[in-house]
Design a protein around this ligand. Sequence first.
Ligand code: ADP
Ligand code: MG
Length: 711
Amino acid sequence: MPKPSVTSAAAPPSKPLSGPQKALRKLGLDRPIDLALHLPLRYEDETRLVKLRDVREGELAQVEGTVRHSEVRITGSRQLLVTLDDGTGTCLLRFFTFYPSQQKALAVGNQIRVRGEIRGGFAGLTMMHPTFKAAGGPLATALTPVYPTVAGLPQAYLRRAVDAGLARAELVDTIPSVYLSQIGLQPKWNMRQSLSFLHHPTPDVTLAALQDHSHPAWQRLKAEELLAQQLSQLQAKRERAVLRAPALTTDDALAVSSLPQGEDSGPRARQPLYERLLATLPFALTGAQRRVCEEITHDLQQTVPMHRLLQGDVGSGKTVVAALAAAVCIDAGWQCALMAPTEILATQHFAKLVGWLHPLGITVAWLTGSQKAKERREMLALIASGQAQLVVGTHAIIQDKVQFHRLALAIIDEQHRFGVAQRLALRGKLVDALEPHLLMMTATPIPRTLAMSYYADLDVSTIDELPPGRTPIITKVVNDARRDEVVARIRGQIAEGRQIYWVCPLIEESEALDLRNATETHAQLSAALPGVMVGLLHSRMPVAEKRAVMSLFTGGQMAVLVSTTVIEVGVDVPNASLMVIEHAERFGLSQLHQLRGRVGRGAAASACVLLYSTGDAPRLSETARERLRAMAESNDGFEIARRDLEIRGPGEFMGARQSGAALLRFADVVADAGLLAWARELAPVMLDQHPALAQQHVLRWLGGKAEFLKA
Ligand code: ADP
Ligand code: MG
């Protein structure tokens, strides 16, 4: 249903020019080409007039007639009521805000042309805030575009801006026509023609072909967009290929002797840390872990910087892979940094890595924002002197003050939670113009189609096997009305010495509401479980308090942890065997899966209860039910990711890449798989045979953002 258009009588008098201009900038519409590529959301048909006799409710209609009656009603909410008569029927026009000039234009006897959505109701046909002008002017010859916009940017202004952009944009074709014919595109649909058409389609085209983007003009745009994406990523990959990183090999005796080992450089220390770590781990690596370790080690031995994504389901054991990668780096005499998105996650990594590496003589430094100044100074000194071979921390790691002695490997956990700028900052910690190798880790597996389009520039390693001895998590979907039974179950688990997570949802619009839910649940559970320590964790808490709560839970004293959202996706408490997720219907699939992965980490049978509430509705929506069903049916992150992509589209997977505007606006990687395959093949051909055109193409589509995508 169209919202009252900003061109209607409700529009405030036009704001000073800087307002809309600012709004244009906010939409990223800076260059003529950006405006030309700002395509309509939908169209309105102003090419014809209809008779009131023929209109139907819900229809967008344009009608001409005479004003028979006009009054300002002041009882209740003030409104202007106008009756329009076109000789075949009448229609009531309602305006809740209006100016004297508009009232005058709508005076009795005036002939006017109005356009708006027809509504029924007991007053007969009605239009709320229709747009109107004097009758009798020429009709539009093309459909009228309706553009996506923001507050303060009226359609009329945006339309003019887009038309001006379209006229000024330089739109020579950058794709030679032989390649376009491979996807059945006629030369007729060049860029200028396609864009002009999409902004102002002739009324003879079916709205369906415009809506489902099957029209050749749309195909052209989608092909262009996908090619730009593939080109920029391939370019980034090739640019990286000429950069130099330290080859992390152990046969470089010089590198080993430069290790800051002091007097402790006897034969024992010469045995690679990598081997010693493997030998002391309390478990054997899974086949998948061994394979990804080999892939990573191979990359680290090259002089080209690694740019690899390690994906593995929650609980698949990525941390130990990170530790082994760090060991390769340390063995070669270099420093490694591991950055996690939150302090709690960083703390867990730190504890784990220190536990593994400290006994082997490795110094691990620790950096966070909340750290005391004195400790921080000490850490910075350890890092700058190279005495700390490994640095674990939060964003604090990339601050200016942090000087590495010889950083060669940067590992980023939960990479999608970091911004592109932060990743770029890590790359800025160069030593003698040598780039560090980059290993990014994620627990949200990326479906193949997405990996091919958005992450074409990344090498991907996948852990597709869970460590042995895990009992599968049983997932139950339970109506919130049966909360008492869930609490009884919690009691049972506590009696067996187990621990429980209880997660309350994120209500995006309102952090305060969010908090209230969690606080109430916490109070309820505390009352229902006398003598049991029930903790509360939320994002607004001071870091020290969070840390205290977490350590009580990790230490086992606290039996139940209530938390808002998943502030901490990566926490690892093997004794936790039950996860309750309240308002599970509000979470995305991948998020639910990540949460569920917090349990089932030990040998005990684990369960996940998805509490749902239908609110005032009699039942859940179809998609919500589909999501919860998917969760109950599968424990496999890849399967879940695939279903999530089906249900919600690619947004969820992209995370930080969104800020680099890498999200496709027009093409859909699933629906347009054919075009994607074409673009993938064409990209290297374009770079090799038509480098100038390729450059022009990327610039047109991505402008300054291309740099960003390289992070
Ligand atoms: P994630 O991939 O979600 O980060 P973690 O690295 O936290 O997973 O590992 C989950 C748990 O599994 C940890 O307690 C870890 O020590 C343990 N683990 C990792 N690899 C193995 C293995 N090969 N065998 C047994 N346990 C393992
Ligand atoms: Mg992890």
